[in-house]
Design a protein around this ligand. Structure first.
Ligand SMILES: Nc1nc2c(ncn2[C@@H]2O[C@H](COP(=O)(O)OP(=O)(O)OP(=O)(O)O)[C@@H](O)[C@H]2O)c(=O)[nH]1
Length: 405
Protein backbone atom coordinates (compact mmCIF):
# COMPACT_ATOMS: atom_id res chain seq x y z
CA UNK A 1 0.00 0.00 0.00
CA UNK A 2 1.35 3.41 -0.93
CA UNK A 3 2.21 5.57 2.09
CA UNK A 4 -0.50 8.12 2.83
CA UNK A 5 0.43 11.74 2.26
CA UNK A 6 0.36 13.61 5.58
CA UNK A 7 -2.75 15.73 6.03
CA UNK A 8 -2.07 19.38 5.37
CA UNK A 9 -3.11 21.89 8.01
CA UNK A 10 -5.43 24.60 6.68
CA UNK A 11 -4.30 28.15 7.41
CA UNK A 12 -7.24 30.54 7.60
CA UNK A 13 -6.85 34.29 7.40
CA UNK A 14 -9.21 36.17 9.73
CA UNK A 15 -9.41 39.76 8.55
CA UNK A 16 -11.68 42.76 8.99
CA UNK A 17 -11.38 46.48 9.61
CA UNK A 18 -10.31 47.92 12.97
CA UNK A 19 -12.60 46.85 15.79
CA UNK A 20 -14.92 44.72 13.65
CA UNK A 21 -14.72 41.85 16.14
CA UNK A 22 -11.90 39.56 14.95
CA UNK A 23 -10.48 38.84 18.41
CA UNK A 24 -14.00 38.29 19.78
CA UNK A 25 -14.70 35.82 16.97
CA UNK A 26 -11.36 34.06 17.39
CA UNK A 27 -12.00 33.62 21.10
CA UNK A 28 -15.47 32.28 20.36
CA UNK A 29 -13.99 29.71 17.99
CA UNK A 30 -11.28 28.76 20.44
CA UNK A 31 -13.84 28.23 23.16
CA UNK A 32 -15.88 25.97 20.90
CA UNK A 33 -13.31 24.13 18.88
CA UNK A 34 -14.39 20.81 20.36
CA UNK A 35 -11.63 18.28 19.81
CA UNK A 36 -9.84 20.40 17.22
CA UNK A 37 -6.56 21.96 18.22
CA UNK A 38 -6.27 25.51 16.97
CA UNK A 39 -3.03 27.36 16.42
CA UNK A 40 -3.30 31.13 16.25
CA UNK A 41 -1.02 33.79 14.84
CA UNK A 42 -2.05 37.22 16.08
CA UNK A 43 -0.77 40.34 14.35
CA UNK A 44 -1.22 43.55 16.32
CA UNK A 45 -0.84 46.90 14.60
CA UNK A 46 0.24 48.73 17.74
CA UNK A 47 3.47 48.13 19.58
CA UNK A 48 1.64 46.86 22.67
CA UNK A 49 0.17 43.48 21.83
CA UNK A 50 -3.33 43.95 23.24
CA UNK A 51 -4.96 41.33 21.01
CA UNK A 52 -2.28 38.79 21.81
CA UNK A 53 -2.83 39.37 25.52
CA UNK A 54 -6.53 38.80 25.03
CA UNK A 55 -6.13 35.54 23.16
CA UNK A 56 -3.19 34.18 25.14
CA UNK A 57 -3.98 31.36 27.48
CA UNK A 58 -7.05 30.30 25.55
CA UNK A 59 -5.40 28.64 22.63
CA UNK A 60 -3.42 25.49 22.16
CA UNK A 61 -0.65 27.37 20.56
CA UNK A 62 -0.39 31.08 19.92
CA UNK A 63 2.32 33.18 18.44
CA UNK A 64 2.25 36.92 18.23
CA UNK A 65 3.62 39.23 15.61
CA UNK A 66 3.32 42.74 16.97
CA UNK A 67 4.05 46.25 15.86
CA UNK A 68 3.06 46.81 12.29
CA UNK A 69 1.15 45.04 9.62
CA UNK A 70 2.36 41.60 8.71
CA UNK A 71 1.17 42.30 5.20
CA UNK A 72 4.01 44.78 4.73
CA UNK A 73 6.75 42.49 5.96
CA UNK A 74 9.38 42.33 3.25
CA UNK A 75 10.99 39.44 5.07
CA UNK A 76 8.41 36.71 5.57
CA UNK A 77 10.79 34.42 7.40
CA UNK A 78 9.26 35.27 10.76
CA UNK A 79 5.82 34.14 9.60
CA UNK A 80 7.34 31.07 7.95
CA UNK A 81 9.09 30.22 11.18
CA UNK A 82 5.87 30.55 13.20
CA UNK A 83 3.90 28.49 10.72
CA UNK A 84 6.66 25.88 10.80
CA UNK A 85 6.46 25.79 14.57
CA UNK A 86 2.67 25.46 14.65
CA UNK A 87 2.67 22.84 11.89
CA UNK A 88 5.17 20.52 13.61
CA UNK A 89 3.52 17.09 13.96
CA UNK A 90 4.27 17.16 17.70
CA UNK A 91 2.06 20.27 18.09
CA UNK A 92 -0.89 18.22 16.78
CA UNK A 93 -2.57 21.34 15.46
CA UNK A 94 -5.62 20.79 13.23
CA UNK A 95 -6.11 24.29 11.95
CA UNK A 96 -4.15 27.55 12.05
CA UNK A 97 -5.91 30.91 12.19
CA UNK A 98 -3.99 34.10 11.39
CA UNK A 99 -5.76 37.08 12.92
CA UNK A 100 -4.71 39.97 10.73
CA UNK A 101 -4.38 43.46 12.12
CA UNK A 102 -7.41 45.68 11.47
CA UNK A 103 -5.47 47.55 8.79
CA UNK A 104 -3.96 44.60 6.96
CA UNK A 105 -4.24 43.83 3.28
CA UNK A 106 -5.63 40.28 3.38
CA UNK A 107 -4.42 39.68 -0.14
CA UNK A 108 -0.81 40.08 0.94
CA UNK A 109 -1.27 37.59 3.75
CA UNK A 110 -2.86 35.10 1.38
CA UNK A 111 0.06 35.54 -0.96
CA UNK A 112 2.49 34.80 1.85
CA UNK A 113 0.69 31.60 2.75
CA UNK A 114 0.46 30.48 -0.87
CA UNK A 115 4.14 31.20 -1.33
CA UNK A 116 5.17 29.20 1.71
CA UNK A 117 7.35 26.23 1.00
CA UNK A 118 6.05 24.44 4.06
CA UNK A 119 4.27 21.39 2.67
CA UNK A 120 2.51 20.70 5.96
CA UNK A 121 0.23 23.69 5.48
CA UNK A 122 -2.31 24.70 2.88
CA UNK A 123 -4.17 27.99 2.45
CA UNK A 124 -7.62 27.47 4.00
CA UNK A 125 -9.48 30.61 2.97
CA UNK A 126 -10.22 34.17 3.99
CA UNK A 127 -12.87 35.03 6.56
CA UNK A 128 -13.67 38.73 6.49
CA UNK A 129 -15.39 40.22 9.53
CA UNK A 130 -17.61 43.20 8.83
CA UNK A 131 -18.85 45.56 11.54
CA UNK A 132 -22.55 45.89 10.72
CA UNK A 133 -22.87 49.21 12.51
CA UNK A 134 -19.84 50.81 10.87
CA UNK A 135 -19.68 49.19 7.43
CA UNK A 136 -21.29 52.05 5.48
CA UNK A 137 -19.04 54.71 6.97
CA UNK A 138 -15.93 52.52 6.70
CA UNK A 139 -16.57 51.76 3.02
CA UNK A 140 -17.08 55.44 2.31
CA UNK A 141 -13.70 56.26 3.84
CA UNK A 142 -11.91 53.18 2.55
CA UNK A 143 -13.32 51.83 -0.74
CA UNK A 144 -10.56 49.17 -0.59
CA UNK A 145 -12.73 47.32 1.91
CA UNK A 146 -14.99 46.27 -0.99
CA UNK A 147 -12.06 44.41 -2.48
CA UNK A 148 -11.42 42.61 0.80
CA UNK A 149 -15.03 41.48 0.90
CA UNK A 150 -14.86 40.45 -2.77
CA UNK A 151 -12.00 38.00 -2.22
CA UNK A 152 -13.41 36.53 1.01
CA UNK A 153 -14.51 32.91 1.25
CA UNK A 154 -16.73 33.65 4.21
CA UNK A 155 -18.10 37.01 5.31
CA UNK A 156 -19.22 37.43 8.93
CA UNK A 157 -21.66 40.31 9.31
CA UNK A 158 -20.77 40.88 12.95
CA UNK A 159 -22.44 43.21 15.47
CA UNK A 160 -25.80 42.32 13.97
CA UNK A 161 -27.20 43.14 17.41
CA UNK A 162 -26.43 46.81 16.74
CA UNK A 163 -28.64 47.18 13.68
CA UNK A 164 -32.31 46.68 12.83
CA UNK A 165 -33.77 44.05 10.52
CA UNK A 166 -34.19 46.37 7.53
CA UNK A 167 -30.59 47.54 7.78
CA UNK A 168 -29.42 43.95 8.04
CA UNK A 169 -31.35 43.01 4.89
CA UNK A 170 -29.85 45.90 2.99
CA UNK A 171 -26.32 45.08 4.20
CA UNK A 172 -26.76 41.45 3.20
CA UNK A 173 -27.76 42.60 -0.29
CA UNK A 174 -24.73 44.88 -0.54
CA UNK A 175 -22.38 42.13 0.63
CA UNK A 176 -23.91 39.65 -1.83
CA UNK A 177 -23.30 42.15 -4.63
CA UNK A 178 -19.71 42.68 -3.54
CA UNK A 179 -18.93 38.99 -3.23
CA UNK A 180 -21.36 36.94 -5.32
CA UNK A 181 -21.77 33.39 -4.12
CA UNK A 182 -19.84 33.88 -0.88
CA UNK A 183 -21.63 32.79 2.27
CA UNK A 184 -22.48 35.77 4.48
CA UNK A 185 -23.29 34.93 8.08
CA UNK A 186 -24.87 37.50 10.38
CA UNK A 187 -23.56 37.16 13.93
CA UNK A 188 -23.43 38.87 17.29
CA UNK A 189 -20.19 38.70 19.22
CA UNK A 190 -18.65 36.52 16.50
CA UNK A 191 -20.83 33.60 17.54
CA UNK A 192 -20.77 31.63 14.34
CA UNK A 193 -20.82 27.89 13.96
CA UNK A 194 -17.15 26.80 14.17
CA UNK A 195 -17.89 24.26 11.42
CA UNK A 196 -18.14 27.17 9.02
CA UNK A 197 -14.59 27.95 9.82
CA UNK A 198 -12.76 24.72 10.37
CA UNK A 199 -14.52 22.46 8.01
CA UNK A 200 -15.98 24.58 5.30
CA UNK A 201 -17.41 22.64 2.39
CA UNK A 202 -15.03 22.47 -0.53
CA UNK A 203 -16.18 24.69 -3.31
CA UNK A 204 -16.90 23.66 -6.83
CA UNK A 205 -13.61 24.29 -8.58
CA UNK A 206 -15.42 25.03 -11.84
CA UNK A 207 -17.44 27.85 -10.39
CA UNK A 208 -15.30 30.85 -11.21
CA UNK A 209 -17.46 33.23 -9.17
CA UNK A 210 -16.99 31.39 -5.91
CA UNK A 211 -13.59 29.76 -6.35
CA UNK A 212 -10.95 30.30 -3.68
CA UNK A 213 -8.05 32.54 -4.68
CA UNK A 214 -5.01 30.87 -6.16
CA UNK A 215 -1.48 32.19 -6.48
CA UNK A 216 -2.09 32.85 -10.17
CA UNK A 217 -5.17 34.91 -9.34
CA UNK A 218 -3.13 37.03 -7.01
CA UNK A 219 -0.44 37.65 -9.59
CA UNK A 220 -3.03 38.52 -12.20
CA UNK A 221 -4.88 40.87 -9.88
CA UNK A 222 -1.66 42.51 -8.88
CA UNK A 223 -0.62 43.03 -12.49
CA UNK A 224 -4.02 44.56 -13.22
CA UNK A 225 -3.74 46.80 -10.21
CA UNK A 226 -0.28 47.92 -11.30
CA UNK A 227 -1.67 48.89 -14.67
CA UNK A 228 -4.63 50.73 -13.22
CA UNK A 229 -2.88 52.57 -10.46
CA UNK A 230 -0.61 55.41 -11.35
CA UNK A 231 1.95 55.62 -8.58
CA UNK A 232 1.40 59.11 -7.27
CA UNK A 233 4.40 58.76 -5.01
CA UNK A 234 7.07 57.63 -7.46
CA UNK A 235 5.52 57.97 -10.90
CA UNK A 236 5.13 55.35 -13.62
CA UNK A 237 7.81 52.74 -13.94
CA UNK A 238 8.60 52.72 -10.25
CA UNK A 239 9.55 49.29 -9.02
CA UNK A 240 6.96 49.47 -6.29
CA UNK A 241 7.25 48.28 -2.76
CA UNK A 242 7.33 44.62 -3.46
CA UNK A 243 3.55 44.35 -3.60
CA UNK A 244 2.27 46.78 -6.17
CA UNK A 245 1.01 50.26 -5.61
CA UNK A 246 -2.34 49.58 -4.10
CA UNK A 247 -2.79 51.95 -1.26
CA UNK A 248 -2.69 49.90 1.89
CA UNK A 249 -5.28 50.84 4.47
CA UNK A 250 -2.70 51.48 7.11
CA UNK A 251 -0.80 53.98 4.96
CA UNK A 252 -3.09 56.69 6.34
CA UNK A 253 -3.10 55.45 9.92
CA UNK A 254 -0.86 55.97 12.88
CA UNK A 255 -0.81 54.33 16.24
CA UNK A 256 0.08 55.65 19.65
CA UNK A 257 1.13 53.29 22.41
CA UNK A 258 0.67 54.62 25.91
CA UNK A 259 1.75 52.94 29.12
CA UNK A 260 1.67 54.19 32.66
CA UNK A 261 2.48 52.72 36.03
CA UNK A 262 0.69 55.65 37.65
CA UNK A 263 -3.06 55.07 37.94
CA UNK A 264 -5.30 57.06 35.63
CA UNK A 265 -7.66 59.74 36.87
CA UNK A 266 -11.14 58.60 35.77
CA UNK A 267 -12.58 62.10 35.27
CA UNK A 268 -9.66 63.28 33.20
CA UNK A 269 -9.58 60.08 31.15
CA UNK A 270 -13.32 60.37 30.45
CA UNK A 271 -12.87 64.01 29.44
CA UNK A 272 -10.20 62.84 27.00
CA UNK A 273 -12.40 60.04 25.64
CA UNK A 274 -15.48 62.25 25.38
CA UNK A 275 -13.61 64.79 23.29
CA UNK A 276 -11.37 62.44 21.34
CA UNK A 277 -10.64 63.58 17.80
CA UNK A 278 -12.95 62.09 15.16
CA UNK A 279 -9.97 60.51 13.40
CA UNK A 280 -9.09 58.45 16.46
CA UNK A 281 -11.13 55.47 15.37
CA UNK A 282 -9.85 52.68 17.58
CA UNK A 283 -8.69 52.55 21.21
CA UNK A 284 -8.03 49.33 23.06
CA UNK A 285 -6.18 48.23 26.13
CA UNK A 286 -6.39 48.10 29.88
CA UNK A 287 -6.74 50.88 32.44
CA UNK A 288 -5.68 50.95 36.06
CA UNK A 289 -7.76 53.31 38.22
CA UNK A 290 -6.68 53.45 41.82
CA UNK A 291 -10.14 54.40 43.06
CA UNK A 292 -11.66 52.76 46.13
CA UNK A 293 -13.98 49.89 45.15
CA UNK A 294 -12.86 50.18 41.53
CA UNK A 295 -9.38 48.83 41.58
CA UNK A 296 -9.98 46.12 39.01
CA UNK A 297 -8.51 45.94 35.57
CA UNK A 298 -10.72 47.89 33.14
CA UNK A 299 -10.42 46.67 29.56
CA UNK A 300 -11.38 49.56 27.30
CA UNK A 301 -12.62 49.45 23.71
CA UNK A 302 -13.54 52.33 21.47
CA UNK A 303 -14.55 51.72 17.84
CA UNK A 304 -15.78 54.93 16.22
CA UNK A 305 -18.45 56.28 18.57
CA UNK A 306 -18.74 53.00 20.46
CA UNK A 307 -17.11 52.95 23.89
CA UNK A 308 -17.08 50.25 26.55
CA UNK A 309 -15.22 49.43 29.72
CA UNK A 310 -15.12 45.82 30.90
CA UNK A 311 -13.90 45.31 34.48
CA UNK A 312 -12.26 42.08 35.59
CA UNK A 313 -9.94 41.18 38.46
CA UNK A 314 -6.20 41.56 38.02
CA UNK A 315 -4.35 38.28 38.16
CA UNK A 316 -2.45 37.91 41.44
CA UNK A 317 0.92 38.23 39.71
CA UNK A 318 -0.19 40.86 37.20
CA UNK A 319 1.38 44.30 37.24
CA UNK A 320 -1.24 47.01 37.74
CA UNK A 321 -0.63 49.38 34.92
CA UNK A 322 -2.36 51.10 32.06
CA UNK A 323 -1.58 49.95 28.53
CA UNK A 324 -3.37 51.53 25.61
CA UNK A 325 -3.10 51.43 21.85
CA UNK A 326 -4.80 54.24 19.95
CA UNK A 327 -5.11 54.03 16.18
CA UNK A 328 -6.30 56.86 14.00
CA UNK A 329 -5.91 58.86 10.87
CA UNK A 330 -5.02 62.54 10.73
CA UNK A 331 -4.47 62.62 14.48
CA UNK A 332 -1.87 64.72 16.28
CA UNK A 333 -0.14 61.82 18.00
CA UNK A 334 2.06 64.03 20.18
CA UNK A 335 -1.02 65.86 21.47
CA UNK A 336 -2.80 62.55 22.17
CA UNK A 337 0.20 61.27 24.09
CA UNK A 338 0.41 64.51 26.07
CA UNK A 339 -3.30 64.46 26.90
CA UNK A 340 -3.05 60.90 28.16
CA UNK A 341 0.04 61.72 30.17
CA UNK A 342 -1.97 64.49 31.82
CA UNK A 343 -4.65 61.96 32.77
CA UNK A 344 -2.25 60.19 35.12
CA UNK A 345 -2.78 60.48 38.85
CA UNK A 346 0.57 61.79 39.97
CA UNK A 347 -0.17 63.63 43.21
CA UNK A 348 -0.80 62.18 46.65
CA UNK A 349 -4.54 62.96 46.24
CA UNK A 350 -6.47 59.98 45.03
CA UNK A 351 -9.69 60.21 43.03
CA UNK A 352 -12.86 59.63 45.06
CA UNK A 353 -15.37 56.92 44.32
CA UNK A 354 -17.79 59.32 42.59
CA UNK A 355 -15.17 60.09 39.99
CA UNK A 356 -15.89 56.64 38.49
CA UNK A 357 -19.42 57.53 37.41
CA UNK A 358 -18.34 58.60 33.96
CA UNK A 359 -16.50 55.32 33.42
CA UNK A 360 -19.21 53.10 34.88
CA UNK A 361 -21.75 54.51 32.43
CA UNK A 362 -19.88 52.55 29.78
CA UNK A 363 -19.67 49.24 31.63
CA UNK A 364 -22.25 46.87 30.13
CA UNK A 365 -24.69 45.98 32.84
CA UNK A 366 -25.31 42.30 33.33
CA UNK A 367 -26.65 40.03 36.01
CA UNK A 368 -23.66 37.77 35.63
CA UNK A 369 -20.32 39.47 36.34
CA UNK A 370 -18.55 36.63 34.49
CA UNK A 371 -20.12 37.89 31.31
CA UNK A 372 -18.05 41.02 31.37
CA UNK A 373 -14.93 39.48 32.84
CA UNK A 374 -13.14 39.16 29.55
CA UNK A 375 -14.08 41.68 26.92
CA UNK A 376 -13.25 39.52 23.97
CA UNK A 377 -13.60 36.01 25.31
CA UNK A 378 -16.88 36.54 27.09
CA UNK A 379 -20.35 35.79 25.99
CA UNK A 380 -22.39 38.67 24.79
CA UNK A 381 -23.12 41.25 27.49
CA UNK A 382 -26.71 42.30 28.17
CA UNK A 383 -27.53 44.04 24.93
CA UNK A 384 -30.40 46.05 26.33
CA UNK A 385 -27.78 48.03 28.16
CA UNK A 386 -25.46 48.51 25.19
CA UNK A 387 -24.60 52.14 24.73
CA UNK A 388 -23.22 54.07 21.87
CA UNK A 389 -21.40 57.14 22.93
CA UNK A 390 -23.66 58.90 20.47
CA UNK A 391 -26.62 57.68 22.53
CA UNK A 392 -27.60 59.28 25.79
CA UNK A 393 -25.89 57.14 28.41
CA UNK A 394 -27.88 55.90 31.39
CA UNK A 395 -27.03 56.31 35.02
CA UNK A 396 -24.81 53.67 36.57
CA UNK A 397 -26.38 51.73 39.39
CA UNK A 398 -23.99 53.23 41.88
CA UNK A 399 -20.32 54.07 41.84
CA UNK A 400 -18.13 51.14 42.74
CA UNK A 401 -20.86 48.61 41.86
CA UNK A 402 -18.53 46.76 39.52
CA UNK A 403 -16.78 45.37 42.59
CA UNK A 404 -13.37 45.65 44.09
CA UNK A 405 -10.31 43.75 43.00
N1 LIG B 1 -22.36 45.07 20.24
C1 LIG B 1 -21.40 44.25 19.80
N2 LIG B 1 -20.13 44.47 20.15
C2 LIG B 1 -19.18 43.61 19.69
C3 LIG B 1 -19.50 42.52 18.87
N3 LIG B 1 -18.34 41.86 18.57
C4 LIG B 1 -17.35 42.52 19.19
N4 LIG B 1 -17.85 43.57 19.87
C5 LIG B 1 -17.10 44.54 20.66
O1 LIG B 1 -16.35 45.34 19.74
C6 LIG B 1 -15.10 45.74 20.33
C7 LIG B 1 -13.94 45.34 19.41
O2 LIG B 1 -13.90 43.91 19.32
P1 LIG B 1 -12.55 43.12 18.97
O3 LIG B 1 -12.89 41.66 18.88
O4 LIG B 1 -11.45 43.53 19.87
O5 LIG B 1 -12.26 43.71 17.51
P2 LIG B 1 -10.99 43.44 16.57
O6 LIG B 1 -11.49 43.34 15.18
O7 LIG B 1 -10.19 42.29 17.08
O8 LIG B 1 -10.19 44.80 16.79
P3 LIG B 1 -8.74 45.22 16.15
O9 LIG B 1 -7.82 44.06 16.37
O10 LIG B 1 -8.36 46.45 16.90
O11 LIG B 1 -8.98 45.50 14.71
C8 LIG B 1 -15.08 45.07 21.71
O12 LIG B 1 -15.58 46.00 22.64
C9 LIG B 1 -16.05 43.92 21.56
O13 LIG B 1 -16.65 43.49 22.78
C10 LIG B 1 -20.88 42.31 18.51
O14 LIG B 1 -21.24 41.42 17.74
N5 LIG B 1 -21.76 43.22 19.02
Amino acid sequence: MAPQAPRQIPVIVLAGFLGSGKTTLLNHLLGRSGGSRVGAVVNDFGSIEIDAMTVAGQVDSMVSLGNGCLCCAVDTSELDEYLERLARPSARIDVIVIEASGLAEPQELIRMILASENDRIVYGGLAEVVDAAEFGATRARHPEIDRHVAIADLVVLNKADRIGEAEQRSLLETLAELSPGTPVVPAAYGRIDPELFFDRKPRDADDEAVRQLSFEDLFREEAEAEEEDACSEHGPGCGGHGHGHRQHLHAAYESVAFESDEPMNPRRLMAFLDSRPAGLYRIKGFVHFDVPENRQKFAVHAVGDFLRFYPSPWQPDEERRTQLVLIGSGVDTAAVRKELTDCRETGPERADVNSMWGVLRYVPSTGDPDETADFAGSEEPDQSEELDQSEEPGEPEEPGKAGAA
